[in-house]
Design a protein around this ligand. Structure first.
Ligand SMILES: *[C@@H]1O[C@H](CO)[C@@H](O)[C@H](O)[C@H]1NC(C)=O
Ligand SMILES: *[C@@H]1O[C@H](CO)[C@@H](O)[C@H](O)[C@H]1NC(C)=O
Ligand SMILES: *[C@@H]1O[C@H](CO)[C@@H](O)[C@H](O)[C@H]1NC(C)=O
Ligand SMILES: *[C@@H]1O[C@H](CO)[C@@H](O)[C@H](O)[C@H]1NC(C)=O
Ligand SMILES: *[C@@H]1O[C@H](CO)[C@@H](O)[C@H](O)[C@H]1NC(C)=O
Length: 416
């Protein structure tokens, strides 16, 4: 169906020089052509069929309904049950919305396929190192992989910029950088939201304020700020950035900070997974550029999420998964989102709140109004579970089947 244009592109891509097969995202920055080359080798997706899942208990945002039918066609959930092509018996099973990872770094189709195989049907990429590659990944034409939303080049101060996920050196932020222009360039290059990096020696408070107000007032878009220490977190809150990414591990958030977040309607994506991983492996902390001081502890991570949640700050599930970077530095895609829900449950979110943190809360706070719950007209991003995640959040891993926009995913990872 999509064979002819795609096949042509594949031929072109493989004839062109510099095409590299079997890429590791870590080894070099991927280009649009690399993504196109991966498209060529992917197995074709199943054709979408008008489908009804019968006798299934459906997550309605508050709990599971009594057994009912859910119909979907043309990528969406519908009330029209005429001429159904596929009937699935969901007796004893539980239907939840496709999971959303609110903070990842997926750079290629292989990673996107992996994440989808765990029932994660939308990812929010929190940086972009090459606009062409990010556009190719977003517009990959594969109907059976998670949707991708992406930040552009992150704004990072020249004195603290480094790493594969960062922008080119000439796109770092200097004291004389024209900030409204870099924000305009990011949105002009297809960014869905603007990412800032607050950390020691990065952006000043004034620079953060200018970037955030430009994104809000000129482009009517959201900003996400990396802030993994107390000083940076306070800057991010003061700047009025929408979503604060990570969580301080070097002390406890003050009640003034939390009150301000509440007043500003800000949300938190703590990415407990990356901290858990980092604290289990000093090489990872070093890789992340964290030189551990006595005040940095995983207990601070847990306590900060606990107090934000208690105060009613929206908590979203995001992992910071990067896939394989180097031996020992491998935070895998997909499974980590399930683990994040368990970590959130461990610091006081109920299984219901944790499940919402990975579905409807992400959709709501990131303004993805076409997904996140199972209602008529929403995308048919669905995960069929064999057991009830509200009894034990680890049951999100008990996956039977997955659909992305109504297309069934063939390679579902069965964890139980
Ligand atoms: C299926 O998913 C697993 C787990 O993510 C992955 O290792 C494997 O490569 C995938 N296979 C295909 C054909 O996509
Ligand atoms: C997807 O299809 C469009 C239109 O045919 C094409 O321009 C684009 O390059 C394709 N994307 C990839 C990653 O092959
Ligand atoms: C995309 O970004 C580059 C800088 O990285 C900039 O030169 C270009 O003008 C941007 N494109 C648009 C359409 O904004
Ligand atoms: C550790 O925390 C204490 C108490 O908040 C503070 O006085 C001290 O400066 C901190 N040390 C470092 C290295 O941040
Ligand atoms: C949830 O299930 C996991 C895996 O079976 C188990 O280790 C854990 O104790 C269970 N938690 C509760 C609260 O029952």
């Amino acid at each position: 169906m999509r064979a002819s244009p795609a096949a042509l592109l594949c031929v072109l891509a493989t004839l062109l020089p510099n095409t590299q097969a079997c890429l590791q995202a870590s080894q070099h920055k991927l280009t649009a052509r690399d993504i196109q080359a991966q498209v060529c080798t992917r197995q074709a997706a199943l054709a979408p069929k008008k489908t009804v899942i019968q006798n299934v208990r459906v997550f309605n945002g508050l709990g599971f309904t009594d057994p009912q039918s859910v119909v979907f066609a043309n990528g969406r959930i519908t009330a029209d049950a005429i001429n159904v092509e596929t009937v699935i018996d969901g007796t004893g099973q539980f239907l939840i919305p496709g999971l959303i990872d609110a903070h990842v770094h997926v750079t290629d189709l292989k990673g996107l396929g992996e994440i989808t195989s765990y029932g994660v049907t939308t990812v929010l990429n929190m940086a972009c190192a090459d606009y062409g590659a990010c556009a190719a990944l977003k517009n990959n034409n594969q109907t059976d992989v998670a949707s991708v939303l992406s930040a552009g080049y992150a704004a990072i101060g020249y004195a603290s910029g480094n790493g594969a996920l960062q922008p080119p050196p000439d796109r770092l932020v200097y004291p004389d950088t024209n900030l409204p222009q870099i924000v305009a360039w990011a949105f002009g290059n297809g960014s869905d939201y603007y990412k800032l990096i607050a950390k020691p020696a990065s952006l000043t408070q004034q620079q953060q304020n200018t970037i955030v107000s430009t994104a809000h007032n000129i482009f009517h878009r959201q900003t996400m700020t990396h802030a993994a220490d107390i000083v940076s977190y306070n800057q991010a809150v003061t700047s009025l950035s929408d979503g604060i990414q990570h969580i301080p591990d070097d002390g406890l958030l003050s009640s003034a900070t939390i009150t301000a977040m509440k007043k500003n309607k800000q949300f938190a994506t703590p990415t407990m997974s990356i901290f858990k991983f980092g604290y289990s492996n000093p090489a990872v902390l070093a890789f992340l550029g964290r030189t551990q001081s006595p005040n940095q502890t995983y207990a601070n991570v847990e306590e900060n999420v606990r107090i934000l949640h208690k105060a009613g700050i929206p908590i979203l599930a995001g992992t910071d998964a990067v896939g394989f970077i180097a031996p020992g530095i491998d935070l895998p895609f997909g499974i980590t989102l399930h683990e994040e829900l368990q970590l959130l449950n461990g610091v006081g979110l109920t299984p219901l709140e944790a499940l919402r943190a990975g579905t409807v809360e992400v959709a709501t706070w990131h303004q993805l109004f076409d997904r996140g719950d199972i209602t008529i007209g929403k995308r048919a991003d669905l995960v069929l579970l064999n057991s009830n995640p509200l009894l034990n959040i680890s049951n999100t891993q008990d996956i039977a089947r997955v659909w992305v926009g109504g297309v069934e995913v063939q390679n579902v990872t069965r964890l139980t």
